[in-house]
Design a binder for this molecule. Structure first.
Ligand code: FES
Ligand SMILES: [Fe+2]
Length: 411
């Protein structure tokens, strides 16, 4: 192992690995144009899969949860049936459209009963009971079940498609990024906490925000900077960026050189974000995580295009999902996953990390509405990306490329 006290200075040259995406300023039209937003919904968002939860949330037959796909205004009901399968349905009662299940989560005795007129549906979505059925003119129950939603599972994550016939399978959608990150102990982090907030900005700005660390010394001087810059890295550069088709990974450098007293205590106890080397872990890091195998690695930002990312360390991870709502509005959801703490010290460390991370994210989000105003009013027509803002350049490239292909496809 290299000497942790003599960290290297990460260099320039990330963008040069991918000459196809260029180095010049990029046009900002895709960040505000309503026609482009409409195209993105068709060509990108309707063709993607969405992670809505984990299998551990519904371990037994009859367990369920409900959620929404905000970009599509779809209500979803997910349950486990008696054969152990995970099913997903439009949470829309087929009588007159109320939600079939109104609770956020729970366990049912095999039936979901609508609270409007009392129709019931079983764990496979079949219409099991119409109250006062005699009055329904011999309606055929068989065709009146809950409408199914395509659902699939990867590494314990439940994904759904917003359209009946997905553009590609989940495995195809996840691609190389899915293959390279499978095997991480996703299922060990069974405790989770979440929040969401609506932001008046284009969805891409919210994805961009944590996707570069060029801003770390300036935007996060008191939160992230003391640990992510440290001596050899005054500009907070990344260890690496890897582009994988539409997906990408940022690998983060960190030296815990100047922790505050409370951080020192928390890091000592935490199973959280900290420098680790493989020898200290009880599992093998998949090749897509800490891809450079650096001893100065702490966190990767694993992004599945278009808008799902994981900030992931050796012991915990956070999922970020951005939902486009309009050209200049989106919903940001964050869900932190940690292992059950074995003692009070670990819990303290986890809590400290979550609070630190929340503060960093709030700082990240603080610039977005101002940027959107500049875009909407035409005050900025080009973005100039630093070498270590490669992830943003890549996102711009991928979106532009997909929209061009979609236009050709449409003739
Ligand atoms: S809308 Fe559900 S029973 Fe009437
Ligand atoms: Fe940041």
């Amino acid at each position: 192992m290299d000497d942790l006290h003599a960290p290297p200075v990460p260099g320039i040259g990330l963008t040069a690995k991918y000459p196809e995406i260029g180095t010049g300023p990029v046009d900002t039209t895709i960040y505000h144009d309503p026609a482009i937003f409409a195209q993105e919904m068709e060509a990108i968002f309707k063709r993607s899969w969405y992670m809505i939860g984990r299998v551990e949330q519904i371990p037994k037959a009859g367990d369920f949860f409900t959620c929404e796909l905000p970009s599509f205004r779809q209500a979803v009901l997910v349950c486990r049936d008696r054969e152990g399968r995970v099913n997903a349905f439009h949470n829309v009662c087929t009588h007159r459209g109320n939600v079939a299940e109104h609770r956020a989560e729970g366990h049912c005795n095999g039936l979901f009963t609508c609270r409007f007129h009392g129709w019931s549906f079983d764990l496979q979505g079949r219409l099991a009971r119409m109250r006062d059925e005699e009055g329904f003119f011999g309606a055929d129950r068989a065709g009146m079940g809950l409408k199914k939603i395509p659902v699939d599972i990867w590494e314990g994550f439940i994904f759904v498609s917003p359209v009946d016939e997905p553009h590609q399978t989940l495995v195809e959608y996840l691609g190389e990024q899915g293959r390279d990150t499978a095997g991480y102990p996703w299922g060990a982090c069974t405790q989770s906490y979440q929040f969401e907030t609506e932001i008046a900005c284009n969805w891409k700005l919210a994805v961009d925000s944590p996707s570069e660390v060029y801003h770390i010394p300036v935007l996060h001087p008191n939160s992230a900077a003391p640990t992510m810059m440290a001596a050899g890295n005054p500009h907070g550069r990344l260890l690496d960026v890897t582009l994988k088709g539409p997906h990408r990974t940022n690998s983060h450098y960190s030296v815990l050189a100047e922790p505050k007293p409370v951080q020192k205590l928390a890091y000592f106890h935490a199973q959280a974000a900290q420098n680790v080397v493989q020898a200290e872990l009880d599992y093998e890091l998949p090749k897509g995580i800490n891809p450079t195998r650096s001893p100065w690695w702490t966190v990767d930002l694993i992004t599945f295009f278009p808008a799902l990312s994981f900030t992931l360390s050796a012991h915990m991870y956070t999922a970020h999902q951005v939902w486009p709502l309009s050209p200049n509005r989106c919903l940001y959801q964050q869900r932190v996953f940690v292992r059950p703490a074995q003692n009070a010290g670990q819990r303290f460390g986890q809590e400290n990390t979550m609070v630190e991370f929340r503060d960093v994210v709030m700082e990240d989000l603080s610039t977005l509405e101002r940027i959107q105003r500049a875009l909407d009013t035409g005050q900025i027509r080009k973005f100039h990306y630093h070498d270590h803002e490669l992830a943003l350049r890549h996102q711009h490239y991928v979106v532009t490329d997909i929209l061009a292909a979609y236009e050709r496809e449409q003739g």
